[in-house]
Design a binder for this molecule. Structure first.
Ligand code: S3P
Length: 174
C-alpha cells in the first residue's frame, strides 16, 4: 500500500457512518466508499437477501473480503457496516492502512434513525430498542477498543466532520 491513508468510519448501525463519510469525503476531496454497497454489488443481491439465502455467516464472509480489498486501497473515506468490528482481521487491516474512527450514539438516537428501515436484517424485530441494546452490549468492548471516538447523538453532520478533521491532524495517542 502506498499513498494517502484511508479514513475508516466504524460504529453501530445508525451512528451516522454513511452521512458523515460522504460529508468528510466531499470536504477532503476524497472518494467515498460504503462497504455495504460494495457487498451488495459483489453478491448481486440486497443485504436482506444475503442474510436470507446465506445467513449472517455468508454475509460476514463477503464483508471480510471487501474489508481486505478496501484496506489495500488508499485515499478513501470508507463507511463500514456496523458488524465489521466482529472480525479482528478486519480491524487489523483497516488500522494498518488508515485512521479508524468510531462513531457512537445513544440507543434512543439509534432507534430514531433506524426505526423505519427495512434494509437491516438484524433489526427486523418487534422490540427494536431491546435488540439495539442487546447487540450494543455484545459489541461494546469492540467499539470501545478504538482510540478515536465521536459521539454523534447531539452533533450536526458539519460538527462531526469538523471533529474528524481535527482528529486527523492530531490522532488519539499521537
Ligand atoms: C450490520 C450493519 C449494517 C449491515 C448489516 C449488518 C451489523 O450496516 O452491514 O445489516 O451487523 O451491525 P450499517 O451499520 O451501515 O447499517
Amino acid at each position: 500500500m502506498s499513498g494517502v491513508s484511508n479514513i475508516v468510519l466504524v460504529g453501530f448501525m445508525g451512528t451516522g457512518k454513511t452521512t458523515i463519510g460522504r460529508a468528510v469525503a466531499q470536504r477532503c476531496g476524497s472518494r467515498f466508499v460504503d462497504m455495504d454497497d460494495v457487498i451488495v454489488e459483489r453478491a448481486g443481491k440486497a443485504i436482506p437477501e444475503i442474510f436470507r439465502d446465506d445467513g449472517e455467516a455468508g454475509f460476514r464472509k463477503i464483508e471480510r473480503k471487501v474489508a481486505h480489498d478496501l484496506a489495500n486501497e488508499s485515499g478513501l473515506v470508507i463507511a463500514t457496516g456496523g458488524g465489521v468490528v466482529l472480525d479482528p482481521d478486519n480491524m487489523a487491516d483497516f488500522t494498518r492502512t488508515g485512521t479508524v474512527i468510531c462513531l457512537s450514539a445513544t440507543p434512543e438516537a439509534i432507534l430514531a434513525r433506524v426505526q423505519h428501515d427495512t434494509n437491516r436484517p438484524l433489526l427486523q424485530e418487534e422490540d427494536v430498542l431491546g435488540k439495539i441494546n442487546a447487540l450494543l452490549e455484545k459489541r461494546r468492548a469492540l467499539y470501545d477498543a478504538i482510540p478515536n471516538q465521536i459521539d454523534t447523538t447531539l452533533l450536526t453532520t458539519e460538527e462531526v466532520t469538523d471533529r474528524i478533521r481535527a482528529l486527523l491532524s492530531e490522532p488519539a495517542g499521537a
